[in-house]
Design a protein around this ligand. Structure first.
Ligand code: SAH
Length: 188
């Protein structure tokens, strides 16, 4: 299931990578720290899971969870993949893997972006939680989520700053009616 979900993520992203190659970047805020954190995250969400699944090198650190938690993990993978796919569809040509504003960038506030500002990052968190439940190993399990969190915490304020410089009052109004990864309960 986990390997399948990694493959599906790659397939979902493929057309957007292609569109991106034909779109010019207007503003670039990619920092060296962010590039390093992206590399570290790839270790947690890709390389360690692959080593765990295809070798027995990490067996010494296995843990065992009840069967039903595995089922919960599969449900989370399904939800995470759905959100990953929908957020790519909704962002369309505005997507980029890092902090960039593209030429002709528009503010997306509909679809899965209607209630939350960071559905794609939320989908990574769902996949990270699923990884803990499905890859029952102290090294390969929690590292996906643990290594994603620093990137999330550093990137989100910078991304929101960039978007608010680009879209001004529109983005600030959008921020006021949405939550970062969970919908706002009280509409202000
Ligand atoms: N943080 C969002 C998007 C991730 S992709 C999410 O988690 O779903 C990162 C790029 O998306 C950023 O470089 C930014 O330019 C763009 N972006 C983020 N929010 C956007 C929005 N509401 N409308 C248009 N582009 C957005």
């Amino acid at each position: 299931m986990f390997v399948l979900s990694i493959l599906l993520e790659i397939v979902i992203r493929m057309p957007y990578n292609r569109i991106r190659q034909h779109t010019n970047v207007a503003t670039d805020r990619v920092s060296a720290t962010e590039k390093a954190l992206l590399g570290v995250m790839t270790l947690g969400i890709f390389f360690l899971p692959v080593i765990y699944i295809f070798t027995d090198w990490l067996r010494f650190a296995d843990y065992r969870l009840p069967f039903w938690l595995g089922i919960v993990g599969i449900v989370l993978v399904g939800l995470g993949l759905w959100l990953f796919w929908r957020s790519h569809m909704d962002l369309g040509r505005n997507w980029s893997p890092s902090l960039q504003v593209m030429e002709g960038h528009t503010l997306v506030a509909e679809g899965v972006y209607r209630t939350i500002r960071h559905p794609m990052y939320a989908s990574q968190m769902l996949m990270g939680l699923a990884q803990i439940l499905l890859l029952q190993n102290w090294i390969a399990g929690p590292t996906g989520l643990l290594l994603f969190l620093p990137l999330y915490l550093i990137r989100v304020p910078r991304e929101e700053q960039m978007m608010s410089e680009q879209f001004g009052a529109d983005y600030r109004a959008y921020m006021a009616r949405t939550g970062r990864i969970l919908p706002r309960l009280v509409r202000g």
